[in-house]
Design a protein around this ligand. Sequence first.
Ligand SMILES: [Zn+2]
Length: 227
Amino acid sequence: MLAGAIDGGGTKVMTGIVDDGGKILSSRTESVPPKDVAAYFNHCAEMLKSCAAEANVTLEQLDGVGMSIPGMTDGKDWVYGSPSAGWGPFSALSLLVPSLGLPAEKIHLENDINACALAELRFGGGGRDFVWLTISTGNGGAVVANGELVRGKSFCAGELGHLKVEYDHPVRCGCGGYGCLEAHASGPAIARMCREIGLNTDAAGCAALCRQGDERALAVYKNAGMY
Ligand SMILES: [Zn+2]
């Protein structure tokens, strides 16, 4: 079985042709400005076509194409919006069907964080019941229970980024609230905690210092982990 994969990010797009063991046969990564939604989806389709050509297949020969969306989606067609890409609501299939030249039933959508959780379920070691957390510019989450992704009534189950975790010294969050998980344990929050103790580095630099056993960086990580 062969599938086409599109990882649509807020600024970066990755596409690839993969087999059912998860082996990547060809891939591309490009920066794609998300502002013009139609142009963005067209560009994603063109990138996938190049990947298919490189893997010596046509899109019609693929068993399906899956796309992860950096925002809320019903998992079928509708994208409700994406704060990171600056998108309002739209129908993804109305853009993907013509640009890929495939029937709607061969195209699958998933929220990017849910897609991470589904990959963990299939290829990782999390078992059949776990919470997935993405620690990045923002914090996203997904819940898998009894081997099934929990979507929730409005498709936002497991979005734990704005759960309140700090009441004594809450920091202002991008959402306007105070003390959210995202304000205390995201990439920028880790960088802020580093600065507060005089470590001039970002979250990736903090991770590198942790691997070298740096006590101060480890303390920042433990703190973020506690939240
Ligand atoms: Zn918040």
